[in-house]
Design a protein around this ligand. Structure first.
Ligand code: DX5
Ligand code: ZN
Length: 218
């Protein structure tokens, strides 16, 4: 298991002041940017041009979460935009191994996301190709949804498979992560935690990042 990392999502921040919003969380390990295309999920956010501007707005590296239909063709645009980590959804990728290799070759960490009903077991043999696996703990599309406890056994099974294969792959959780739920995720084996509304609804988002880190490390 890797070190505990907190990656706030800007999805529920003020989109009219994004530059200022990302500078409110200097203590974050990564900034999670949720790219949505209104096809893979029923919501629309931003594309590579905006992500490129965000990458220049903060020293904290960007962790792109692509909720887009055509991941195979578009993922590298986010490496070019300056993201240090790029996550595609396995339900959207036609050739996940090729895509992960392309992302790594382009110079970013390659990561694969699973929706709540997608099992981890079929991907056991490709874990070594991935720098991170993202297990969604809500159906992707919106911030502020309720954490799905039914995803916890999958986090445990993913951690067990990573241990079995001795890979260094990080295990990220995303959706409904808060001071209430983060301990459950950490106990199940997650080491990278996305938190959107929990961070940006706090009076001091950076203090919330520290509080989440402390809870996950306990
Ligand atoms: C949902 C996004 C999440 C979202 C998390 O589809 O992938 O990153 O912003 O927001 P919270 O933490 O509010 O569930
Ligand atoms: Zn996300």
């Amino acid at each position: 298991m890797g070190e505990i990392q907190i990656t706030p999502s800007i999805l529920n921040s003020d989109f009219a002041r994004l530059g200022e919003e990302v500078r409110r969380i200097p203590g974050a390990d990564w900034i999670h940017v949720d790219v949505m295309d209104n096809h893979f999920v029923p919501n629309l956010t931003f594309g590579p041009t905006m992500v490129e501007a965000l990458a220049k707005a903060s020293d904290v590296p960007l962790d792109a979460h692509l909720m887009i239909e055509d991941a195979d063709r578009n993922a590298l645009d986010y490496v070019d935009a300056g993201c240090g980590s790029v996550t595609f959804h396995v339900e959207a990728a036609k050739a996940p191994v090729r895509l992960a290799r392309e992302i790594r070759k382009a110079g970013a960490r390659a990561s694969m996301a699973l929706k709540p009903a997608t099992p981890i077991e079929p991907y056991e043999d490709i874990l070594a190709e991935l720098d991170m696996v993202l297990i969604m703990t809500v159906e992707p599309g919106f911030g502020g949804q309720k954490f799905l406890d039914l995803c916890l056994p999958k986090i445990r099974r993913a951690r067990a498979l990573m241990d079995k294969h001795g890979v260094e792959t990080w295990l990220q959780v995303d959706g409904g992560v808060s001071l209430e739920t983060i301990e459950r995720c950490a106990e199940a084996g997650a080491d990278v935690f996305v938190a959107g509304s929990a961070v940006y609804s706090a009076d001091d988002p950076d203090k919330m990042v520290a509080a989440l880190r402390e809870k996950a490390s306990a």
